[in-house]
Design a protein around this ligand. Structure first.
Ligand code: MN
Length: 143
């Protein structure tokens, strides 16, 4: 009965074989003190987040620094508007890209994901780097 109910409501049943895991993906263009792009990827009930100081990589061969920042609530993924002066991150936030992603590999130091966005499409890698001795620095590129 529970299964029937879930089916009718369109709630995905966990562990069902063959079902693609489609999770929230978005990138917000954030015109704060320094223009950057915030990559958001759903992991469970939060958005894992990285700030990318340059335009995100749309082509093979483009590598970008992605600085891990604090998790955000899922409801923030497609938010756009103005963060008021005096508040943290003050400036304009626009949705630069949106869609879903499928995890291929999600380790502590390396993620491989398939992005289904409007601008970013295909397989992408996020890999932690020791650049500048910060554990928060990752590289983000298409493969
Ligand atoms: Mn930001």
């Amino acid at each position: 009965m529970i299964n029937e109910y879930s089916e009718k409501r369109g709630i995905p049943k966990p562990g069902k074989k063959g079902r693609k895991r489609e999770l929230i993906y978005s990138i917000q263009k954030h015109s704060a003190t320094h223009l950057h792009y915030d990559l958001r990827l759903q992991k469970g009930r939060v958005l894992k987040s990285w700030a990318i100081p340059k335009e995100p990589p749309v082509k093979l061969g483009e590598k970008r620094l992605a600085v891990e920042v604090e998790d955000h609530p899922l409801s923030y993924a497609f938010w756009h508007g103005i963060i008021p002066k005096g508040s943290y991150g003050a400036g304009k936030v626009e949705v630069w890209d949106r869609g879903t992603y499928e995890p291929i590999e999600q380790g502590k130091d390396k993620w491989v994901i398939k992005i289904n966005g409007k601008k970013l499409k295909g397989e992408y890698v996020l890999v932690r780097t020791k650049l500048n001795n910060s554990k928060k620095n990752w590289l983000f590129f298409k493969r």
